[in-house]
Each structure stands twice: as structure tokens, then as C-alpha cells.
Design a protein. Sequence first.
Length: 196
Amino acid sequence: MLVSVLRHLRRNLVAYVALLFALSGSSYAAAALINGAQIKPHSIPKNRLTSEAIAQLKGNRGARGAQGMQGAPGPTGARGVQGVPGIQGPPGPVDLDYETTAVMVPAGTDGLGQVPCPINMVATGGGATTDPADPAITINESDWIDWALPPFTANAWEASIHNGSASPVTLYVDVICTTPTSISGPAHESARQAHK
């Protein structure tokens, strides 16, 4: 058996040596001819790379880009729910009261008439007239005054006349009153003079 094996090796030694050189030469050629510089870019699919190689494919974050243009306005939103109604305010000055007084003024004299508002009411207007009317009768003053009743301010009306006629006349003084919701301040003589 051993003799036949040795005889076979002697007869085929050259063939085996040639085969050995052929195989080692192919491996050397493959290693020498293929390197990274010779691989075309983007020619290796991702599924052929190792996990370590894939992890290194992510680059660093780039610089922040310029701000883009403002977008177009969006559509108008739906109308909101109506709010809760507010508390009803106090009633306005609609409770009016009319008061009048009459004063007899003799001929050739001056006469004065005053009429106050009811308690806790103030004057909103007033006036004066005479009966009979005569060109010789002059109304000197017609204005609100402070009366000694609550609220003690602008709560009466006053008028004065000069009866230059030859007969006595009746002076009528009227005042319109209401209950105020508030009073901004007391009446002052300077304000009364400006009001005349």
C-alpha cells in the first residue's frame, strides 16, 4: 500500500507542485488587485455591510439653515361660545317728579320764589314764568340751589323777578326732580355761577 502511494507521488509530483503554485498565485492576485480605492462609490448595497460599518454611515449634524418665509395666514377659526350675560345695571333716572310754587309779587317790587325737591331727590331742571306776562316784568335769576334737605345739594329751584308793571303778578317757579344713582360731588357756588 505505501509503495503504491509513493509510486503515485513520484509520477505526479510535478502536477501537484504546479497545482500548489496555481492556487497560491490566484489568492495573491485577488488580494493584490482588489482594494477600497478600486470599489465604485455606491456600488455596495447596505445589506452587504457589517453592523459597525452601517453605524459609521451617520454624519455629524449640519449647520442650521436660514429661516424660511412666513407661511400664508390660516383660515379664520370658528366663532367662540357666547359669554355669560353681565349683571344688570341700576335703573336710570326715569323716576321724575315735578314740583311748583306760586309767589305774589306786588307792583314795582322784586319777588323771589323757591321750590324744593322731595327728600333724597335732586333737581335736573326747572324754570320760572309770570301771570300775567308783561314787558315790564324782568326775570333776574332762574337756577338750581342747595336746599336744607337730603341730599343737601342741587335739590331745589329758585327764581327772582322785578315787577315793573303797575299791577301785582304771580311768579311760578317749577323744578323737575329725580332720584340719583350717584352724585359726583357737592354743588359749589362757582359751578352755580357758571351754570347761569
